[in-house]
Ligand binder design. Structure first.
Ligand SMILES: Nc1ncnc2c1ncn2[C@@H]1O[C@H](COP(=O)(O)OP(=O)(O)OP(=O)(O)O)[C@@H](O)[C@H]1O
Ligand SMILES: [Mg+2]
Length: 450
């Protein structure tokens, strides 16, 4: 493909229709989708929404252009300029970028998009690839400015990425505030996803080892702390299955766990410095599992230390539990979104990870204390705006839309049996139907799109 000519033919004032005819067909061709393998104006099934393009390879008896079944990739196109001629800027973080990204996200979460793995936004000046997993849409590249020098490399990188569909979503459960339910959420969410036939791997990356002990597990001979330091060891040997034994001596394999071990306590600054690739090491260690599990959940300690930095680095998304009656947990959630996640993003250089909206763990569904928490959040959002022009609103009040001031925060009720289950070595959701329903609602809100 002669990309210089393609680019040279697209005027700087190109409208959306120009980009649709003069850029996207070449892009899709280069990504491996022929003329019969792509369709314009694809109805997503949500009202009258249509995404600009959808594509999928044909099979012997199914031509995508005709059946429009099971799309694999979607492209949302913008112009380089509006119809009135004002420029459209898709630089990451710009208003138009955020709007376009949210539009693609809406399309990817629509009923006809369940089979879609990848989404692209482009206006022939910028391009970004996103991955779709259940209810989550995560960047798979940064939003890149296209030039005649880099276009070849940018598109071949996108092609390389979409050739490998990744099975898992890696999620780190983190808040910089202690005791907010990180470990409890990790365990019960994992067990809930397992009841929905998802294959789940849990990683206890907290030297307190709460997750490991509350499941009654012991590390194997080969331990996680040793794998961090010694490349010759096989991370698979650290995996311990968590099984539930029921009355008629029926044994159910619920999920797999990489337990924490005592060696992690001895991780001083010195040892950390000897871990090759530092906080990127865990991500490398978990790579063999990304096509074996549907979810990899990582439990992290409270402080912004090596373990939590590694947990975030290894994740696609960060789930942030808070307590409505703990102001510090709300302020620390804002720090995760505004400070820690961007730091890791900067190191990773691949667009990830993303913060998911916060939720209240163990809270009443309404009343004065929830109103107070909402007031605090409004204050935190205002401060984020004035201090650093950071829009925290989507992370605290994700349901707010233009014309709809819906300030609902997802809420997981408090239940005594949740905490008592830790002593029974069984996740509460496997013992109590009501609690299972609560965590299933959490799983559906954030992850499942069944
Ligand atoms: N939804 C809930 N209902 C009832 N109790 C809960 C709930 N969530 C958490 N708890 C209890 O709150 C306490 C703190 O939870 P947990 O240990 O999961 O927090 P954490 O954030 O992992 O703490 P740490 O900072 O020590 O790692 C535990 O006793 C737990 O059982
Ligand atoms: Mg914990």
């Amino acid at each position: 493909m002669d990309w210089s000519t393609v680019l040279a033919n697209i005027p700087p004032q190109a409208r959306e229709t120009d980009v649709c005819t003069q850029f996207v067909p070449y892009l899709l061709e280069a990504l491996g989708f022929g003329a019969m393998e792509r369709a314009g104006e694809f109805a997503t099934g949500a009202g009258s929404d249509c995404v600009d393009f959808a594509a999928r390879k044909n099979t012997a008896d199914d031509v995508f252009l005709f059946t429009k079944n099971a799309p694999f990739l979607m492209v949302e196109v913008k112009g380089r300029a509006t119809g009135a001629g004002s420029p459209i800027n898709l630089t990451e973080g710009s208003v138009q970028y955020v709007r376009t990204r949210e539009q693609l996200k809406r399309y990817l979460l629509a009923p006809n998009s369940k089979s879609v793995y990848w989404g692209i936004i482009t206006n022939a000046t910028h391009i970004q690839l996103f991955r779709h997993h259940g209810r989550v849409v995560i960047p798979a590249t940064k939003c890149i400015e296209i030039t005649s020098e880099n276009i070849e490399a940018v598109i071949s990188n996108i092609k390389k990425l979409i050739e490998y569909t990744i099975r898992s979503l890696s999620v780190c459960v983190y808040n910089n505030k202690g005791g907010v339910g990180k470990t409890t959420t990790t365990i019960n969410l994992a067990a809930t996803l397992a009841t929905q036939k998802k294959k789940v791997l849990l990683v206890d990356f907290d030297s307190q080892r709460d997750l490991t002990t509350s499941l009654g597990l012991q590390p194997n001979n080969i331990k996680l702390s040793e794998c961090l330091k010694n490349r010759a060891l096989d991370i698979r040997s650290t995996i311990v299955p968590y099984k539930l034994v029921q009355k008629a001596s029926k044994v159910y394999h619920i999920f797999d766990v990489i337990p924490a071990d005592l060696g992690m306590e001895a991780f001083t600054q010195d040892t950390q410095a000897r871990v090759q690739k530092a906080s990127a090491r865990l991500r490398d260690l978990l790579k063999p599992f990304i096509n074996e599990y549907d979810y990899i959940l990582i439990d992290c300690p409270t402080q912004w230390v090596f373990f939590s930095q590694s947990g975030l680095y290894a994740s696609d998304a960060v789930l942030i539990p808070t307590r409505h009656d703990d102001l510090s947990s709300l302020r620390n959630a804002a720090r995760v979104v505004q400070e820690f996640v961007p730091k890791v993003k900067e190191l990773r250089q691949d667009g990830g990870p993303i913060s998911l909206p916060i939720f209240f763990n163990g809270s009443p569904s309404g009343g004065r204390s929830i109103d107070l928490a909402r007031g605090e959040i409004e204050q935190i959002i205002r401060e984020g705006k004035t201090a650093s022009n950071f829009n925290l609103a989507p992370y605290f009040f994700p349901k707010i839309k233009p014309g709809d001031e819906n300030k609902t925060v997802f809420n997981l009720p408090d239940y005594a049996v949740v905490s008592s289950s830790a002593f029974a070595r069984v996740p509460a959701v496997l013992k109590n139907k009501k609690i299972h329903e609560y965590y299933l609602a959490l799983a559906r809100e954030y992850f499942l799109n069944d």
